[in-house]
Design a protein around this ligand. Structure first.
Ligand SMILES: Nc1ncnc2c1ncn2[C@@H]1O[C@H](COP(=O)(O)OP(=O)(O)OP(=O)(O)O)[C@@H](O)[C@H]1O
Ligand SMILES: [Mg+2]
Length: 267
């Protein structure tokens, strides 16, 4: 479990994060939702330690991360897997070498153990035959899979995914979301997914935080998100015509059910 409290971050005179609290549980798909430029990636980078918050605290399973001793922060960092916005594979390394990289950097596994772990992780993401390919030879969805394999390779306890399905077709996007969810549950990982994709949120969001101009305006299970009364969240969700149509259908169904209940004397 990761807990964040009162996180603030300003760049120059621009306040990007304005006092954010949150709890991210293990085995759950925790999602950070919000429009472009609203501070999702900055918050994720604060949690990982790539950006230092101006104020606030972050704890990993009860252990303080912010402002703690370097060796404690490094110990926590070793348990973090990160899928960057855009995959960020090393272009000069093949798939096997990309996945092996964090094992060489972060673990004391010997070569045979590393090879075995790379093989296992690639098989887990459905890429058992792609080890010798170079990143330039991979499709967008394959790159994301390699990114996920690389993130989980050092047996991560915490997994951060920044826009894991951006730039993918809707079907591939779903398979990537599904893979992240399966891995999260299977290994009881504390996963945080940054997204602005309502499909992902509705389908997989166990705990969703909506950020708006650096503040958290809504939090809850995805099943409640369509009924929100928060104006900014409503504007965000229903900026999309498909979502507006889905809401209309939901209302029609609710009205029909109510009429039927009245006819049956249940109301
Ligand atoms: N290192 C930095 N220096 C200065 N400003 C920054 C820095 N990193 C982010 N910002 C600013 O912080 C704001 C939030 O950026 P962030 O990348 O968190 O947005 P986001 O919500 O992830 O957007 P997107 O959905 O487009 O990825 C932006 O205005 C951005 O310009
Ligand atoms: Mg971002």
């Amino acid at each position: 479990m990761i807990e964040i409290h009162n996180i603030h971050k300003t760049f120059g005179d621009k306040k990007v994060l304005d006092g954010i609290d949150g709890v991210f549980e293990s085995g759950k798909m925790n999602m950070l939702l919000g429009a472009s430029g609203t501070g999702k990636s900055v918050l994720l980078k604060c949690i990982v330690g790539l950006v230092k918050p101006d104020l606030g605290s972050i704890t990993y399973d009860g252990r303080i991360f912010t402002n703690n001793k370097l060796d404690i922060r490094q110990e926590i960092r070793r348990k973090i897997g990160m899928l960057f916005q855009g995959s960020a594979l090393f272009d000069s390394m093949n798939v096997n070498e990309n996945v092996e990289f964090p094992l060489t950097m972060l673990t004391d596994m010997n070569r045979t153990e590393r090879k075995k772990r790379v093989e296992f992780c690639l098989q887990r993401v459905g890429l058992e035959n792609a080890g010798n390919l170079m990143p330039s030879e991979l499709s967008g969805g394959m790159k994301k899979r390699v990114g996920i394999a690389r993130a989980i390779a050092p047996h991560c306890t915490y997994l951060f995914c920044d826009e894991p399905n951006s730039g993918l077709d809707p079907l591939t996007a779903i398979t990537i979301d599904e893979l992240i969810k399966e891995i999260t549950e299977e290994y009881d990982i504390t996963t945080i997914v940054v997204t602005h994709d309502m499909n992902s949120v509705l389908e997989y969001g166990d705990n969703v935080m909506f950020l708006y101009k650096g503040k958290k305006l809504w939090e809850g299970h995805s099943s409640g998100i369509m009924d929100t009364r928060v104006k900014e969240l409503n504007d965000f969700i229903f900026s999309n015509r498909l979502m507006r149509d889905a809401k209309k259908i939901e209302q029609i169904e609710e009205n029909e059910q109510r009429d039927e209940d009245i006819r049956n004397g249940e109301v």
